[in-house]
Each structure stands twice: as structure tokens, then as C-alpha cells.
Ligand binder design. Sequence first.
Ligand code: ASP
Length: 351
Amino acid sequence: MTTQDINNEKSSILLIYTGGTIGMKEDPSVQALRPFDFSQILAEVPELRKFAYRIDSYTFDPLIDSSDVEPSLWVALARLIEERYDSYDGFVILHGTDTMAYSASALSFMIENLTKPVIFTGSQLPIGAPRTDGKENLISSVEIAAAKDSEGQAIVPEVCICFDNVLMRGNRTTKINSDNFRAFRSENYPPLAEAGISIRYNTPYIIRPPRKAGRPVFHTNLDTRVSILKLHPGITPQVVRSILCSPDPRAVIIETYGAGNAPSKEWFISLVEEAAGMGKILLNVTQCIAGSVNMDIYATGKTLKLAGVANGYDSTTESALAKLFHLMGRYDDNEVVRNGLEINLRGEISK
Ligand code: ASP
């Protein structure tokens, strides 16, 4: 990790507020947390004024708990960033933690050739709470979103999550803790930066756009016809059939064991073959939080490969889902989507 020569004096940031715990406070009438407005968030973080940046804000209406996030929010976020792209050096998105890894994954696929930082952050405790983690998270995110090198290029031109002093590639993250401040992990990819006394960037691991990338391409067409089949001991043929062979989903993510293994029982294999025969896109992602699928190690994995199941490598389920939405939204041909799944598009798989 290195500390970079940072030139961010005239940086401008768009802070986008979608909701989440960071901006909530107790509503005594229902004794539950509800979102409050953006000016109150800024009032809680006067430290932001110490930066010499221009910070503008955009608030979504209604503000939501991220358990209510739908792909339509991702489309709205992508369109907003596209519209304001030339006016800002970086974007910080305040978002609930529950589905943040899904949203960050989705935006990473929806924006191709990104040249500016898009940083998701939030908090485990509301920003008004005495021990809040929201202030640190917000301040570090803004500083990273503003950071440019001596040539004026963004230091982290990626969609990321910044949480508990760690900057992670968004499509590598998973929420792993519901109450600890270290809510997110990126088990299969190193941090892109760490915030200590200064912010240390892990430059070799940061993706840079091609030199003549120009403006990014925003892909806002998503096809959401995906189901997830999580394997477990005792799973029945009825359950597997209802997910794999139902007519609705165009694709099914099979969350397998270990290195991509599934039951070797005949009924299971024939249901996978039946789904493949129906033309469905099947993707193998491991239930393990670290490590990769390898369908060549065990006979149980090999059978899936022979049936035409695509390899998810070390993808998170969140990223696999978002990648499918994106590829299916772009291509009508399932074979093209299937091939695209095994290509590393935005650093989401190690390949
Ligand atoms: N339920 C909240 C949300 O995801 C939790 C949080 O923000 O931490 O919006």
C-alpha cells in the first residue's frame, strides 16, 4: 500500500442519499428507526466543511431502508450519475447496509469504462448516535471520492464500498455482520485502500480505465428473471424442480458446496439436465465466503460442468446476480450470456 501524491484541491463531489441507517433516527410514534432529511445529516458532520471541496447533494424520494431496494433504484442511480458525470470528480452514495453489496455490484456492471470514483457507504449506527460509525465512513468516502493524482486522474475509478476504514471493490463484497462495525468483507480480493492516519492506496489492485476511454457507457437495461437455488442436506426433488425447472426464470444461480460440488444423486443430476435442456442459464457459485468454484476436482462438480452449468469462479452471489441481470438485459441469446458469465468484466472474478 502506498500514500499517493494527492491533488484534490478543487474536487467536486455529488453526495447521493438513498436512505439506510446512516440517516435514520428514532420515531417515537412507532418506536422504530425512520429516515430523516439530508440537511440534518450534513449538520451532524461539520467536519466535511473542512475539506476544500464543493459538495452538492441529491436526495431520493422516498428515502428507503435498503431491504426495499429494487433494480429500479440502480437504474435511477446510473441515470443520475450519467446526467451529472461531467460536473463532478466523484460520487458518494449513502445507502443502507443490508443490500449495499447488491447495489454496488449492480452499478459496477451498469457503468462500463468508469473514470471516476463511485463510493457506497452507510453505517451500522445512525449518524446522530454518540458512537456512530457513520461520520468516519462518510468522511473517508468523500476524501477517497475526491482523490486525484498529479495528472488530475481519479485514484480509484471504481465502484466501491467504503466501510470501517477499508475501501473494497463493490462487486467483491458481502455483508458479513449485522452489528459489528466491520460489516463488509471482500474475502477474495484485497482492499483497494485503507484509511489510517492517511489513506493508503493499494494501487496495483485498482482497475484503471483504458487511456483513451472517453465517457463511460451506461447500461440501464436489466433482465431480472433470475432465481437462486441454495443447496442443503435434505433438499427434496420437489424443491429443486420448483426452482430449476419453473418456466419463469431465465437463469438460476446454484449455490453449491465447497469448490462447486452438488449431490451426485441421479434425481438431482437429471433435474439439472432437464433445466439445461429447457435452455436455462445455470451458474455455479460456492456457498463458501472465500475461495473459488472448480468443477474439475470432484466427480460431483464435473457432472454439473458436463450438464452445461457455467463456472462462477470466486464470485459472490450478490455479484453473480447483478452480472446476470446486466448480461441478460444486454443479450437475448442465452449462449452469449452464458459465455459472458465466465469472462471477467469488472474485476468481479479472479480469472
Ligand atoms: N436496514 C438498514 C438498511 O439496510 C440497515 C443499515 O442501513 O445498516 O437500510
